[in-house]
Design a protein around this ligand. Structure first.
Ligand SMILES: [Zn+2]
Length: 297
């Protein structure tokens, strides 16, 4: 009886938690090339984003969430080289809240060495990939080694599979549908498709509907309100709202702005007969059970 009560209470608490599954730390100058930063600024919608995110700045920005995944990233082709030690130092300072993911560049790094060091020595809990940034096809043999290691070691992967701004990042490697072969070959690998694979949201939704261990996050989408609205309505129609994870892509947006956009979601449909989300569906999305899905709880 008491056990049941406590476990219900715990489940309830776990479910009321807000987890930001997609955030960054990187310093500039240092971890990002001038060209990457120039391109990031020029595509920015209103005022330029300050891309230099120290641990302190990140920590303050995350005061409104209960847990946060902070992603390393190594993509030499695109000028992003965040040291895994940098991510680990921060994550290990706040083990109760910050979950660090390692970066690995399959075109540049010794994959096995990098991942063994990241998992065993640095205690990082997952891996970030970005084939489009890394100039690697998502089923290239060098990147297959990453999936194999992560499946065996139960490390979840956050994968940027979708468009991005750098001119030299090949879009042909960014299509979400390319992950179908990966999911079939590594059925136990838990993987999150970042930003709903935009603009190929439809492909992402049908893919995660079929593949039990594939998820998608809603980060960095709300500032394109029409696409955001259509994406979540479509997710509901395909019955996969429950496989979407809350995330921001900080510093590109914040938890507060993302939560506000979600809670104001139905404003788009005001005065029309367009479909809406229930407020329970919105709250479930804000409190998505990310840690359980990714085997991190
Ligand atoms: Zn990101």
């Amino acid at each position: 009886m008491l056990g049941e009560f406590l476990s219900n209470l715990w489940n309830c608490e776990a479910h009321s938690m807000i987890v930001d599954c997609h955030t960054h730390v990187h310093e500039y100058p240092g971890h990002l090339s001038d060209e990457f930063v120039r391109e990031a600024q020029s595509r920015s919608r209103s005022k330029p984003v300050d891309v230099s995110v120290t641990a302190d700045r990140h920590w303050k920005a995350m005061s409104g969430v209960d847990k946060v995944i902070v992603l390393g990233m190594r993509a030499f082709h695109s000028g992003i080289m965040v040291p895994n030690e940098y991510v680990a130092e921060y994550a290990n300072r706040h083990p109760e809240k910050v979950i660090g993911f390692a970066g690995v560049d399959p075109a540049r790094d010794n994959v096995r060495e990098t991942l063994e060091y990241a998992a065993d020595k640095l205690k990082l809990k997952g891996v970030k990939l970005g084939p489009v940034y890394q100039n690697v096809h998502p089923t290239d043999k060098r990147i297959m080694e990453v999936y194999e290691f992560c499946e065996a070691r139960k490390l979840p992967i956050m994968i940027h599979q979708g468009t991005t701004f750098p001119r030299l990042a090949p879009l042909k490697y960014s299509l979400p549908i390319l992950l179908e072969d990966v999911a079939l070959q590594f059925p136990n690998l838990r993987m999150v498709i970042a930003h709903l694979g935009h603009p190929w949201v439809e492909d992402t939704l049908v893919l995660i509907r079929k593949q039990p261990n594939l998820y998608a996050d809603i980060s960095a989408l709300h500032y394109r309100p029409w696409q955001f609205y259509n994406s979540l309505i479509l997710a509901k129609e395909y019955g996969v709202l429950g496989k979407l994870l809350f995330g921001t892509d900080y510093p590109y947006t914040t938890p507060e702005a993302t939560i506000e956009a979600l809670r104001n979601f139905n404003k788009m449909a005001e005065g029309t007969n367009l479909p809406r989300l229930e407020s329970e569906e919105i709250e479930n999305l804000i409190h998505s059970p990310t840690l359980g899905y990714l085997g991190l709880s």
